[in-house]
Ligand binder design. Structure first.
Ligand code: UT7
Length: 335
């Protein structure tokens, strides 16, 4: 009977720091508004031509592989979660296979936005458990900054997001009760458009339509978010899916050593912390430094918490995410 566990972790963020005051030079916003509503102090924006979603993912992956103490060619599958791929197609999974020079292993792309890493980890866990693969590289990477509306029109979205990548090597174990104990995935497509980027897409509006209209007020290719609606759903779904994960394993919130919530908004994380009566030591947040990096936020936070010695072997770690789709999920693991 196989189980899966995280054998190595890594993250990468671009060097370029962008403060709230930097953004207030581009749009009508303020450090005070951003910090009060989101907790964000600064984020990283990739320099065009230097980093891509794939290259950041590769840098995070190289660290994770090194820390897993395995050779690159021991990776037998790649899973890449992002909403900001380098190309419309193919997805970045195959670009990672090429850039890392890994043999012709399978590469799967996951399109579940903020929940992408949790979904990807769950897929990896299933493949390892069945014995099909031994070492799976799971990456969450996002390059938001090139696609944001940096004018006042887009401020409710653009002040939140940041660029970066995180990666994990998920490996086979034969130790019962170690590693990923369970994962829980959900979606509610009824609210798909409430947090979305609908163009270019084959459904409603392709590039040719955008070019033909040549409308300077066209926002169809800018991310849209109904912020308050998303917030209200997030706090409910985060709580539900954390509870589901704990209950499935016969655990309570008192058993949690570390909760890593998707870094959507510090206020959401604090709401969840209070709801489960967790201490500051039981929840890790770094949205203050990196903003919301969507599929990358959980692996970045998990890696950073581990690097700081806040997660030790044997700890009960819970990951939870909510985002566009809507999709949400949790992973419960014994580190
Ligand atoms: O990771 C995926 C999941 N995403 C989330 O979970 C995000 C959930 N939502 C949120 O975090 C919050 O809704 C936001 C932080 C996005 C917005 O906070 P809010 O308290 O819901 O603000 P709001 O959208 O209701 O806007 C309040 C006011 C508006 O002005 P009026 O109409 O009251 O005059 C906005 O125009 O704040 C204004 N506003 C801003 N002002 C300064 C919106 N964005 C900004 C801004 N700077 N960046």
């Amino acid at each position: 009977m196989y189980t899966s566990y995280i054998k190595g972790l890594g993250f990468y963020v671009p060097e370029n720091r962008v403060t709230n005051n930097d953004l207030s030079e581009l749009m009508e916003t303020s450090d005070e508004w951003i910090q009060e509503r989101t907790g964000i102090e600064e984020r990283r924006f990739a320099i065009k031509g230097e980093d891509t979603t794939t290259s950041m993912g590769v840098k995070a992956a190289e660290k994770a592989i090194e820390r897993a103490q395995i050779a690159k060619d021991e990776i037998d599958f790649i899973i890449f979660a992002t909403l900001s791929p380098d190309y419309y197609f193919p997805g970045p999974g195959v670009l990672v296979q090429r850039d890392l020079g890994i043999g012709t292993v399978g590469a799967l792309d996951v399109r579940n936005q903020c929940s992408g890493f949790v979904y990807a980890l769950s897929v990896a866990d299933q493949f390892v458990r069945t014995g099909m693969y031994k070492n799976i590289l799971v990456i969450g990477s996002e390059l938001h900054s090139h696609g944001l509306d940096m004018t006042t029109r887009g401020r409710n979205v653009s002040v939140i997001f940041g660029d970066g990548a995180g990666a994990a090597v998920v490996s086979r174990s034969i130790q019962e009760g170690r590693g990923i104990l369970s994962s829980h995935l959900h979606s509610e497509g009824q609210h798909a458009e409430e947090l979305s980027l609908i163009a270019p897409g084959m459904g409603k509006r392709w590039v040719s339509d955008i070019l033909a209209d040549n409308d300077p007020d066209d926002v169809s290719y800018m991310p849209y978010m109904n912020g308050q609606f998303v917030f209200k759903n997030a706090v409910v779904r985060f709580a539900e899916v954390i509870h589901e994960g704990l209950a499935h394993n016969g655990l309570t919130s008192e058993d949690i050593d570390m909760l890593i919530p998707h870094q959507a908004n510090l206020r959401i994380a604090q709401f969840i912390q209070n709801k489960f009566k967790l201490s500051d030591d039981q929840v890790y947040n770094n949205i203050m430094q990196y903003g919301n990096t969507t599929a990358a936020s959980i692996p970045i936070a998990l890696t950073e918490a581990w690097e700081k010695g806040k997660i030790k072997e044997g700890d009960l770690v819970v990951l939870a995410a909510f985002g566009s789709g809507f999709t949400w999920g949790s992973v419960v693991m014994r580190f």
